[in-house]
Design a protein around this ligand. Structure first.
Ligand SMILES: Nc1ncnc2c1ncn2[C@@H]1O[C@H](COP(=O)(O)OP(=O)(O)O)[C@@H](O)[C@H]1O
Ligand SMILES: [Mg+2]
Length: 261
């Protein structure tokens, strides 16, 4: 569904070239979720922006459903670290917004808007304005907004970083099932290794800048299971995988960045 081929990105900063990432190759099947972990500043956000068509690559190519990505595409949704809600619209209006511009416009079901707000725990706040809710609540509204757009692929950039641990675990499980039910693929950038393993069918580990993918792991999950790993009693392979990824990150010198920021 998505193919990243020899992708590289240079920025010019104070007259010198900063290569954010380079030589990145990755292919996702339809409905597949790939988590991306790597040290701070290794180009994860830059890579997502290129896949979203928000910033051009310097080298290489991104193809979505066989076509080169040249700009934003309503079939590719994005959930950033910050909610980016419109302050003059209510939570419900914000949630329904992207769907109005989506490939399924006209099919926006007001029940689905309310159902999604309920699922993210915002049903009592549908008429509130972004300034009247917490950062975590705004982020959950942003999640509902992107899911309502019904994209084939969602790019997540540390979407749960501002949430408390319980809400985060609850939303991880919920989002995983939601993506699997809808057959929506995802690239899921996170600093949290547990989260990477809960969300991903595979986990891609990136090196420090210029970031490239140094390892790709399959996450052991019963074949075809649409259930996330239960973090209260994770299988043994889960710990082995986590330890392996930690060693990879330590080897790239990225362990501090991965755990601290
Ligand atoms: N718009 C920009 N202009 C110049 N440099 C940038 C820009 N965006 C990102 N960078 C640089 O690219 C590198 C990768 O950044 P980023 O993709 O945000 O990393 P990550 O998300 O992995 O922490 C960093 O060194 C950052 O300073
Ligand atoms: Mg980032």
């Amino acid at each position: 569904m998505i193919e990243i081929l020899g992708a590289g990105k240079d920025y010019v900063l104070d007259g010198r070239i900063v290569t954010a990432f380079d030589g990145v190759d990755l292919k996702l099947d339809p409905g597949e979720i790939v988590s991306i972990v790597g040290p701070s500043g290794c180009g994860k956000s830059s890579l997502l922006k290129a896949v979203a068509g928000l910033e051009p690559l310097t080298r290489g190519e991104v193809r979505f459903q066989g076509q080169p990505v040249k700009g934003p595409n309503p079939r590719i949704g994005v959930v950033f670290q910050e909610a980016r809600l419109l302050p003059w619209l209510t939570i419900r209006e914000n949630a329904a917004l992207a769907a109005r511009f989506s490939a399924h416009r006209g099919l926006v079901d007001p029940h689905r808007v309310d159902e999604l707000l309920f699922r993210v725990g915002l049903d009592g706040f549908a008429s509130a304005y972004p300034s009247q809710v917490s950062g975590g609540m705004a982020q959950r509204a942003a999640l509902a907004r992107t899911l309502l757009q019904r994209p084939a692929l969602i790019l997540f950039d540390e979407p749960f970083a501002s949430l408390d641990a319980l809400r985060r675990m609850e939303l991880q499980g919920w989002l995983f099932r939601m993506l699997k039910e809808d057959g929506t693929g995802a690239l899921f950038v996170t600093h949290d290794l547990d989260e990477a393993l809960v969300m991903g069918d595979r986990v891609a580990v990136m090196t420090g800048r210029p970031g490239r993918i140094c390892r790709l792991y399959d996450v052991p999950r019963p074949a075809g299971a649409a259930e996330p790993v239960d973090l209260s009693s994770p299988p043994l392979e889960f710990w082995e995988l986590k330890s392996s990824i930690l060693k990879d990150l330590a080897a790239t010198g990225g362990l501090r960045g991965a755990l601290v920021s």
